[in-house]
Design a protein around this ligand. Structure first.
Ligand SMILES: NC(=O)c1ccc[n+]([C@@H]2O[C@H](COP(=O)([O-])OP(=O)(O)OC[C@H]3O[C@@H](n4cnc5c(N)ncnc54)[C@H](OP(=O)(O)O)[C@@H]3O)[C@@H](O)[C@H]2O)c1
Length: 289
């Protein structure tokens, strides 16, 4: 499988996103703990060397499972996390963007994953301006804290998530950005400008929701009629077509599809074998939700 680098760390183009491991709504214990541990172990067996996680998945569930399944980790495994948010008891996603909170979140991830250094840490910006003025922290102050943690050796690369092109450009100029995590898929290409910026600057672009997520409100790549028709023609699954399209779209795209099932994990990793033709791509060009 091809590779691309997150900062100085080269990883395979298909990794794994750990957000589907906890219970429903990314809250609480997993649906089937044995299955989730098996997903993680199988991922490594099949060559996954890039896992995306967050302390707030569960909260505390995804990281605990990763450690239970995989520690001591292979030397080649790049663990990437994100900071900037917290969950309340009902599962709401709250901002936690003050520098002290970012530092605490990095320390929590180091402790729960059982590592001394994280491969990269994404600063997860909030989708909407925070109601609490204390949470409206200038970008340079947030990035400054992550740069200090990088200088202390606690993380190798700084990433940014849910960021506009102006924010990515500013962040890259300020501290050097290793990866960007924004929503992007065959059905949602609204972030094409940020992808292009990353491509020009040699920054890894790691789309979240590559299949349309598990949340009910987003269109699912696997349910799209055109995707399904192309999949049938190739004798592969719709998920594989959606992921193969992303792999072919730009070389700086790194995939982290999320799944709670071994069978889906194995399927997703085989997306690299799907060769879409010019006719397929022309047909898929029209699929935008
Ligand atoms: N930076 C951020 O703010 C942010 C936000 C969201 C997510 N993320 C990261 O991005 C990763 C990917 O996003 P995501 O997990 O939310 O969404 P996703 O990868 O687009 O989709 C996950 C959904 O697709 C299903 N699925 C996976 N493989 C499948 C297959 N082969 N066939 C049919 N269905 C399949 C999963 O169900 P099953 O469990 O049944 O397979 C789940 O419902 C996350 O895991 C997380 O690490 C980051």
């Amino acid at each position: 499988m091809d590779t691309y680098a997150i900062g100085d760390l080269s990883v395979h183009r298909i990794g794994f996103g750990a957000m589907q491991l906890p219970g429903r709504g990314v809250m609480g214990p997993p649906r089937d703990r044995a299955e989730e541990l098996a997903v993680l172990r199988r991922a490594i067996e099949l060559g996954v060397d890039h896992i995306d996680t967050a302390q707030y998945y569960g909260p505390d569930v995804s990281n605990e499972l990763i450690r239970a399944a995989l520690h001591p980790y292979p030397d080649t495994l790049v663990l990437v996390t994100k900071v900037g948010s917290l969950r309340d008891a009902e599962g709401a996603w709250l901002p936690a963007q003050r520098p002290a909170q970012l530092r605490e979140a990095v320390e929590d991830n180091l402790r729960s994953l059982g590592v001394e250094r994280l491969g990269a840490v994404n600063l997860r910006l909030m989708d909407h301006p925070a109601a609490d003025p204390a949470q409206r922290v200038p970008l340079e102050d947030q990035l400054g804290e992550l740069a200090a943690l990088r200088a202390e050796g606690k993380l190798a690369g700084i990433g940014i998530s849910t960021a506009s092109s102006a924010q990515v450009e500013a962040a890259d100029d300020l501290v050097g950005i290793a990866c960007v995590q924004n929503a992007f898929s065959l059905l949602d290409r609204s972030d094409a400008d940020v992808l292009e910026l990353c491509h020009q600057r040699g920054i890894a672009y790691v789309p979240y929701f590559p299949l349309g997520s598990a949340f009910p409100h987003t269109p699912k790549v696997t349910e799209d009629e055109t995707v399904r028709a192309v999949a049938t023609r190739h004798g592969v699954t719709p998920a594989q077509v959606g992921l193969a399209w992303l792999l072919g779209h730009r070389e700086n795209i790194l995939l982290i599809p999320g799944t709670s099932r071994v069978v889906h994990l194995e399927e997703n990793l085989r997306a690299a074998d799907v060769a879409l033709t010019a006719a397929d791509l022309a047909e898929l060009a029209a699929t935008q939700a």
